[in-house]
Design a protein around this ligand. Structure first.
Ligand SMILES: [Zn+2]
Length: 53
């Protein structure tokens, strides 16, 4: 994963805490998912293409 790219969270599992991003990644530790509104880092293009913003 490119640490400089922010992924957009699509959903989060309530039973295991895993986060799913719009580009299809499953991230066990949701704190590693970045959101465009939080910084000036580039947003994952795949996340945007799949419905993020
Ligand atoms: Zn992504």
């Amino acid at each position: 994963m490119n640490d400089n790219t922010m992924h957009i969270e699509k959903s989060r599992s309530l039973w295991n805490g895993r986060s799913t991003t719009f580009c299809g990644l499953t991230i066990p530790k949701p704190e590693k998912v970045w959101f465009p509104s939080l910084s000036g880092r580039p947003t994952c293009a795949a996340c945007v293409a799949n419905g993020g913003k």
